[in-house]
Design a protein around this ligand. Sequence first.
Ligand code: HEM
Length: 249
Amino acid sequence: MDILSRMMIGQLPLRNSLDRHKNIFIQRCKPIVEERILQRKELVYATNNSTAKLLTSVFFDYGGRPELWKELYEEQLKIHNESNGNLSIDYVNKMVKLDCYIKESFRHSIDIATMPHMLIADSYTFNNGTTIPRGRDIYLYIKDTNFNNKFYGETSDDFQPKRHMTSYSDGKIVHSPTTKLDDSFMVFGGGKHACPGRFYAVNAIKIFLHESFLRYNIRTESGKIEPPKIISCYSTSSESGLVFENRNL
Ligand code: HEM
């Protein structure tokens, strides 16, 4: 059984090491962050470290792929017109193409699950002889899952938002939402400690993109797909520019 499966079924005596990282975050930010925000420190940490980072990657993935722009814009325009500009959660749930696009962008953007885990037993030895000492942070390397042909077929390396939806001849579209926990999509972890903020995070990103697509034509400064910046096994979005041009609604 691999490490992922053991974590999921709780066989590995790990706990989320959010507390340790939270304390580092608080020490660094104490002088500048208001008391009111500190009381919500977990939310600030979660939002900074994952949602904002991923939103940036989602913009870069969009800006370098002109072939996606028309269809995604038209879905948002249709929803804008139907809702008269008053988005309710029912309208956010109708953003199916956008959701599939976000899921594909997440699949390509995340190499390691953003929340490390810490071993709380004295030590743990895997079948291959690797021993982890107490207190060691463990990160889930999920690129193996994200680009696994077993889950995504021969085209697993390609950026294809439509891989997450099935269209039927009567026009009905069924899709696998970004928030769905699955062995093939571990971006939000899994099991009882899977990210509880995922619905909030994905809806916030959808609403942000909805408003942005309606207002702006967005492209990378180079006009090309900008590869992510890789720091060791950690990838983050490119540091190059994004261009937002006003769109006439
Ligand atoms: C796109 C954005 C986000 C990503 C990719 C993400 C990812 C993750 C991952 C991988 C975990 C670890 C799951 C596991 O241990 O199996 C986690 C846990 C957690 N996340 Fe998120 N997260 C995101 C946004 C948020 C937001 C916005 C919040 C709060 C509003 C949040 C709150 C939490 C909390 C409280 C936990 C710990 C759950 C537990 O240990 O039981 N996350 N998240």
